[in-house]
Design a binder for this molecule. Sequence first.
Ligand code: GDP
Length: 826
Amino acid sequence: MSENDGKKTLGVRGGPRSGQVKQSFSHGRTKSVVVETKRKRVVAPKPAAGKAEGGGRSTPVGGDPKKRPAGISDAELDRRMRALAAARARESEEAAAREAEEKARAEERERRRAEIEAKEREEREREEALKAKAEEDARRLREDNEAKARAAEPAADPAEAEARAARTQKPAPARAPERERDKPAKPAKVGGEKRRSGKLTVNQALSGGEGGRQRSMASMKRQQERARKKAMGQQQDREKVTRNVNLPEAIMVSELANRMSEKVSDIVKALMQNGIMATQTQTIDADTAELIIEEFGHRVVRVSDADVEQVIDQVADSPSDLKPRAPIITVMGHVDHGKTSLLDAIRHARVVQGEAGGITQHIGAYQVEQGDATLTFLDTPGHAAFTSMRARGAQVTDIVVLVVAADDAVMPQTIEAINHAKAAKVPMIVAINKIDRPDANPDKVRTDLLQHEVIVEKMSGDVQDVEVSAVNGQGLDQLLEAIALQAELLELKANPERSAQGAVIEAQLDVGRGPVATVLVQNGTLRRGDIFVVGEQWGKVRAMENDQGERVNEAGPSVPVEVLGLNGTPEAGDVLNVVETEAQAREIAEYRANAARDKRAAAGAATTLEQLMANAKANENVAELPILVKADVQGSAEAITQAMEKIGNDEVRVRVLHSGVGAITETDVGLAEASGAPIMGFNVRANASARNTANQKGVEIRYYSVIYDLVDDVKKAASGLLSAEVRENFIGYAQIKEVFRVTKVGNVAGCLVTEGIARRSAGVRLLRDNVVIHEGTLKTLKRFKDEVAEVQSGQECGMAFENYDDVRPGDVIEIFEREEVERNLT
Ligand code: GDP
């Protein structure tokens, strides 16, 4: 580059064959330059140059690269070599006479001078470029005008034409030198002719001589580009400082920039390059932020919750402080198999009878004594509680009791419960209930369970099974013994001496007492007067009641207590932590409330199929893609599950977390959320509450009516090839109120459009109990007596299906349209 001109960069100095040239500059200054003797390409070689070359050794051109100032390219070097060769050829005699120390001094002088000159030249070049541009513009304008003028007056005689031709050619010779002057500016075209005429300095040789020299626009651009690159290079050097960036769940762009010590605009730009349009005040999720942080070369430190949470006691318990604790048991099973009855039976049989006739208060959990052991039962049967807790990160349950009625068999919810327990990796004990019933067939239950990979002890497996009757109390002891045994194997321990941590099992707003929460202490001891934070709420323990309605002052590990003194109602599954001061509690609660809001706001919280697959691809650890399948009949559910299991390669495997028959329920959504899986509905729909929950939690529900489509979608997604998708938009729902028989038309359904609109041209499905029983088109859509194109929500209408007659009051008609949506899986 120009600032290196004439520097001591021209070869192996002091080498046995090196030559020196003395150069003269304006104002009588001179300097000597060392010339590398080995050159491959010499422009216009002179005898002297030839001689020098002949004597050259095989020292590489440019000498030791380490001695080269940074930024000198080989081409640059070559160019200088050639320039010097010419100069040396002319002045070799003079140069040879120079002394070594004079050379060193001269070099130093030259370097300083070259720097100044380089600056001056740059200035000059800029001015000249502008001037040249102005000239060029003026010239063009002139030419244009002339051309126009010529066009206006047609040639009268050859003489005039000739004169005009001469005139038009006139600018050409004027331009020609201009172009020639351009040439020396281009390093590769340093010509020999100019150098031969008169004295030549290295700078002149390189820059194409004094005065009148112009650089092309391209050269200017190149220079600018170089300057820019250099600037950027420097910036990158500065950024080599690698920072640890604390990254919460969601972060504002400006805050991210702050924590990375980068410019906000750079972050916004980087986001844009990643296809995310975000302003500095917008919040992005942790995954996106992580990408950006890594792109800038910093280290990501994920903080599960922000710094404010660090006041929560995180110290691990030393093994010597750990004391055995009671196991926590959840009862699950199909509806009506006797979960509630069993929980009641256990409670009545075992709970120490209170003074008031054994009336126990329902607080969501209770404890029973079994020999030396105490067992804590969660008094909230069903899967919703279980999954909602798991979804919130609170794994409360230690043991699952799976209730199966002996007079029934393994039912959809039984399977669901099995899958829940498996997903949470919680051991199971099978309670075969209703053994008192005459038609009880416990062995059928046992064999049924085999199909679901639950092998009970009687079938030489390792899952304990106990025959019980919640009605007459038969087998209850054995069941409790089995639980105690299982608990012993688990070796459950906690440290009662630390500040308490617990999970909310139930919470409600009590009219008289304010917000109350049943908390199951998991570690430490909760005491009256303790200040705590629970989810997005905080409080101070005003009073505590145990499962028998007694006031207590403290509650140790595995003890359920009802806590009073909250400032708001937490949610089941929220974790309670005792902190030191009210200020801390309030700060954490506020932080969590904000974070939760931000997280909801930050796009991409959803568990969609695309995201899941994309994540799986990005993260090598996620080799498994969990999905939930709900289908209209067992056959389809099995077919889909089998097909899913076949999908996959070395990298990704599809795992059906749960497959079942019937409508998609809130429990399914809960499980899907807890495991980060999408739900595939085959000819079934989600019920209203499940739909709402799914929307809220960002769980994706996909509906299919062709198995092939479903399998294909998962397959394509697994290989990252999701193409254009035909997406169905549900435009309306109608409820069938009455069915009329109309001769020649068939059955006409008298409907009320409950949601959206009914459109004659749209596709329709008939749903009975959220299961699709027919799909087709409408034969007629009538409003009163008239055939209409559309019926709005809230209005009544008559509908009849094309080629289908089995419509019944209570059925729901789903109206949908199809559109093709381009997938953008990244
Ligand atoms: P849940 O829906 O699983 O909670 O089932 P419930 O506890 O509500 O029980 C459903 C029905 O089964 C009730 O009518 C109970 O009386 C009955 N039931 C529960 N356990 C037994 C049992 O061991 N023997 C008999 N004969 N009936 C039972």
